[in-house]
Design a protein around this ligand. Structure first.
Ligand code: PLP
Length: 427
């Protein structure tokens, strides 16, 4: 199979595809990507003029739909004053006020915010913070991390090292990644005891535990109950470990609360957010630390400072977009919308629970998953979904949606019906 097109190929795709390098893609055989020329509300506008409902909100990020006028206006205003300046030795109001707003919104005393430009980098920063926290306190050797089966934390080297080593997408890099501990989530007595033992036995080596609370995303779209998060927090406290919450995907109402940690009433020591932070419009991420973590970096010794500083950190355009996005969370009922989406998804996916090949169906906030024993007819799936007027991209063993929180009940029904239709037709 050779890069088969899904529709008549526009000239820019025909010539440009010889030079682009696509993510997670076997460039020799993968079908040509779907050419997109615009966005509107919850729709992608395709090169052939079709307008399809985006079931993924651009990898969980476009929570208010595309081209929201309030975000557009804020970014336009900022573009005319100060699109970018370096952040070393310079401060600006958009970033400082955003840090203040986030500190007020995040759980507990996550009061210090470090900005970067992608989720993976915010995880790198979190891991550096955790490792250096111990060093700055005079404790050597605590440089390893504990992560969980089916975890996904990003594609940079250190972030890859805490992804699921077996089911994840980075298995062939294992040889040169830092060695970490990857274990089962504590969902029952046995796995809780195992985590307890692991943390006890390796206490002097471990800097922190890293977790995607409530929903594990790209590593399998798996959910766990709030009690699991509570147990992890309790064990971290018992063994004097830091807890990093990766809320890059779950943050900003996706799971039905502003942050997933809130469902367990847990405050992590460090939290990463990105994706919906700017309403999915600009690349931006934040790593927030509690007072205790931050205070470990205060010293007369310059070497105790956090040595990280991306060129585009705290980009003012991204800050303006994030402010506008937070305004929308304040003004509009996003939490209620996420919860209503959960109810609708659970109801509408229920009919395929008994179908052959279907392992599970589940809904949490604005996330819906049909887990299958194996994906079938991937090329056919892609065409069928587009024929039904939806953009859904199954991955691993999951056919899933993470739509915009402003999606209408009718558009949501179209998405769910398309998911049910494909598993009905292939079985
Ligand atoms: N962590 C989680 C939980 C994610 O879902 C993602 C992205 O999907 C990342 C980290 C990496 O973020 P980015 O793709 O912005 O580097």
């Amino acid at each position: 199979q050779q890069n088969t097109p899904i529709m008549p190929t526009p000239a820019w795709q025909h010539t440009g595809y010889q030079h682009i390098w696509m993510p997670y893609t076997q460039m020799q055989t993968a079908p040509l990507p779907v050419p997109v020329v615009g966005t509107d509300g919850v729709r992608l506008i395709l090169a052939d003029g079709r307008r399809v409902i985006d079931g993924l909100a651009s990898w969980w990020s476009a929570c208010h739909g595309y081209r929201h006028p309030h975000i557009e206006a804020a970014v336009e205003r900022q573009l005319k004053t100060m699109p970018h300046v370096m952040f070393g030795g310079i401060n600006h109001e958009p970033a400082l006020r955003l840090a203040q707003r986030l500190a007020a919104l995040l759980p507990g005393d996550l009061n210090r915010v470090f900005f970067s430009e992608s989720g993976s980098v915010s995880v790198e920063v979190a891991m550096k913070m955790a490792a250096q926290y111990w060093l700055n306190r005079g404790v050597r050797g605590r440089t390893k991390f504990v992560s969980f089966l089916h975890a996904y934390h990003g594609d940079t080297i250190t972030a890859m090292s805490v992804c699921d080593p077996v089911n994840g997408m980075h298995a062939h890099f294992r040889g040169f990644l830092p060695e970490q501990f990857n274990t089962d989530l504590p969902v029952d007595e046995e796995s809780t005891a195992a985590l307890d033992r692991l943390l006890g036995e390796h206490r002097d080596e471990i800097a922190a535990v890293i977790l995607e609370p409530i929903v594990q995303g790209a590593g399998g779209m798996r959910f766990h109950p709030p009690e699991t998060v509570t147990t992890i927090r309790r064990l971290c406290d018992a063994h004097d470990m830091l807890l990093i919450a990766d809320e890059i995907a779950t943050g900003f109402a996706r799971t039905g609360t502003m942050f997933a940690c809130e469902q367990a009433d847990v405050v992590p020591d460090i939290m990463c957010v990105s994706k919906a932070l700017t309403g999915g419009t600009m690349p931006m991420a934040a790593t927030a630390a509690t007072d205790r973590v931050f205070e470990a970096f205060l010293s007369d010794d310059p070497a105790h400072a956090l040595m990280h500083g991306p060129t585009f950190m705290a980009n003012p355009l991204a800050c303006a977009a994030a402010h506008a996005s937070l305004d929308l969370f304040e003004r509009e009922p996003r939490l209620e919308q996420a919860r209503a989406i959960e109810t609708a998804i659970a109801e509408q996916l229920a009919p395929c629970r008994e179908l052959p090949g279907v392992v599970d169906i589940r809904a949490k906030g604005a996330i819906g998953v049909i887990q299958v024993d194996q994906l079938r007819h991937v090329g056919w799936l892609r065409e069928r979904f587009l024929e039904e007027g939806v953009w859904i991209r199954p991955f691993g063993d999951a056919i899933y949606i993470t739509p915009s929180l402003v999606i209408s009940p009718e558009d949501l029904s179209t998405l769910c019906a398309a998911m049910v239709m494909v598993v009905t037709q292939w079985s």
